[in-house]
Write a protein that binds this ligand. Structure first.
Ligand code: TIU
Length: 221
């Protein structure tokens, strides 16, 4: 069984029961003109995660692992968007408002798409989630259970928001999560650093943290 060099300690992984989970690598967060930018962020900070995510995705596909992609967004009628989530920021830049990539954070719009570099292949499930966590109001848990998955390699953006929320949800559901540090990014570099520290502290209170090279080596072995 391959071992991933991780913190706080190495982790043995059975690739048949391990999935790669790529969180919200969407144009709305990563490209100018989307939700991330309307929140006042410098979206260029997220670009660093793209290359490592692509290399990890290629390795997972090569190893025949389950790959699951997620997207944060809402129905065009916004019936699934809580008032408390929508009513933040300038009205012209809120969820559902028109932007250069279509309506902000709305399913079916260009900004909601996963970036071209990480496009899902046919057969790779895409989970559309209305919240920050990938388990909340989605069929992710059922899908993982049906495939006998017990370990998740987690990539995506942003480290302290959707990645951390999903890892906490997964940890409480009994999944072992290995967060791949260089495959995640934040608009706030210090939040990225501390987001990862929070996961691996206290003996791995929420999970493990590794670099993509270590996961790729395990997948290749
Ligand atoms: N996917 C995700 O992290 N959603 C966010 O809203 N993140 C922010 O950092 N704003």
């Amino acid at each position: 069984m391959p071992t991933i060099e991780a913190e706080p300690q190495p982790l043995d992984v059975d690739l048949a029961s391990t999935a790669l989970l790529i969180i919200d690598m969407q144009r709305d967060f990563i490209e100018p003109g989307g939700f991330g930018e309307t929140l006042g962020n410098d979206v260029s900070l997220l670009k660093a995660a793209i290359g490592p995510c692509k290399a990890t995705l290629d390795a997972a596909r090569g190893a025949g692992m389950l790959v699951v992609h997620t997207r944060e967004g809402h129905r065009p009628d916004m019936a699934d968007a809580p008032k408390a989530k929508v009513e933040r920021g300038e009205p012209s830049a809120r969820i559902g408002a028109p932007g250069p990539m279509g309506r902000i954070l709305i399913r079916g719009e260009a900004g909601h798409d996963i970036i071209a570099e990480l496009s899902p292949l046919a057969g790779e499930p895409v989970i559309d989630k209305p919240g920050k966590g990938a388990f909340y109001q989605t069929d992710l848990e059922l899908m993982l259970k049906n495939r006998g998955i017990d370990t998740l390699l987690v990539c995506g953006v942003t480290t302290e928001v959707c990645v951390n929320t999903t890892v906490r949800e997964a940890n409480d559901r009994g999944y072992r999560c290995v967060v791949l540090a260089d495959c995640c990014a934040s608009y706030f570099p210090d939040f990225h650093e501390y987001g990862l520290k929070m996961i691996k502290a206290q003996g791995g209170i929420f999970g493990w943290v590794a670099q993509s090279d270590a996961a790729i080596a395990a997948m290749a072995g």
